[in-house]
Design a protein around this ligand. Sequence first.
Ligand SMILES: Cc1cc2nc3c(=O)[nH]c(=O)nc-3n(C[C@H](O)[C@H](O)[C@H](O)COP(=O)(O)O)c2cc1C
Length: 418
Amino acid sequence: MSIDLGMGTASAASRTGCATRRDALRRLLWLAGSSPLFAQGQGRNAPATIYPPSYSEEVMGPVNVHEIEEVAKKKVHPLAYDYIAGGSANELTLRANREAFSRAYVRRRVGVDVSKIDTSLELLGKKLEFPILLGAGGAKNLVYPDGDRVTAQAAAHTKAIYLTGPSDWMAKLQGSPQAPMWWAASLGFATKASAEAFARRAEDAGASAISVSVDYPYTAPRDRNNRNKFDYAWVQTGIPADAGKSKPRTPAIAGMIQAYTPSLTWNCVDWLRGATKLPLILKGIVTAEDARLAVERGAQAIVVSNHGGRTLDGMIPTLYALPEVVDAVSARIPVLMDGGIRRGGDIMKALGLGAKAILIGRPYYWGLAAFGQVGVQRVVELLHAELRVAMGLAGIPNVASIDRSLVGWYTEPLPVNG
Ligand SMILES: Cc1cc2nc3c(=O)[nH]c(=O)nc-3n(C[C@H](O)[C@H](O)[C@H](O)COP(=O)(O)O)c2cc1C
């Protein structure tokens, strides 16, 4: 007997002795389909099983983002792992970002036709297949050679928007299939001239928007880096073999004060608005007051973000800040969020609380560190698939039909596990 599962046949799988995991999975599904236990709802008209894109056995090994992180941790230098994984000070906010998701529960509905699940959306005039963006972040060379460009290739492949700085190589990619959709990301400007120059570079290199992270006046104390005597020069070069033996040139030291954009004010928004027609996104807003100011100043989107717990320790987890910001904005501009998202179900909760889309940071770094370009792709595709299944299970056929009634809150904290 031969049953078509859309990707080959079960009989073909048995002929080859279930050589691969996918063959084994197909066989299992076939067996499940023919079991009386599974007979209900598995009729001829049942929707087809949708298989994810497939990579090597190694890449398909880890079953979730947490396990991809485990692979990455084994592959990268421990100092690089700490740099990426770490947060500031006591890492309260880093942990709280994750914990917030375990305190939010889903009010699942039934009786809704979820045979088609549509995760597509329109964001700042662009049609996207899913609400997952690759957040801004430097130091990718710590985990993979030419990491920024490799991530851009993965973004182009998956059609995820990528936040990164303008570069010559990105400018050269414009118009080619390897060009991702990307937002020019910056930590802000102290002068009008530098803001204008950035806007020009972003336009020339083909950015579809500009994202300014407004939350980085100073580098926060990062105990892991200080303990490791992390040399900031490694952010560009990667970690040398003799790390820890030679004297670091620009070491992280407890108690140092490292200014970044301390003089950034709302003027920066005016400068950029005057310099470019590209949409302007402000990343790092967590209060209603700042959200209202952002709208008044002409920002076209906001990212609720605490920099993944890497700036001010003790500040509000982003899932908690999201509803306040969404209410203050009252649908005038899209509100995105990031921080602690590790599962498709997390994304669904964020959408339930009013996020138009979410960004990931560390998860795609782990994909990059573990498997390079396909690792980033695997992370995006896995989260997208998890989101679709979560929506299907929650009775949500499309992102437009998600609203706040989806989310309830546990009053007692649950242990964070995952
Ligand atoms: C290694 C690393 C570097 C980062 N660098 C930047 C940056 O230069 N600018 C920025 O706006 N955010 C930066 N971020 C923050 C991310 O854009 C994002 O807000 C955060 O990682 C989301 O939290 P998550 O890692 O839990 O997904 C960085 C994050 C990491 C992990």
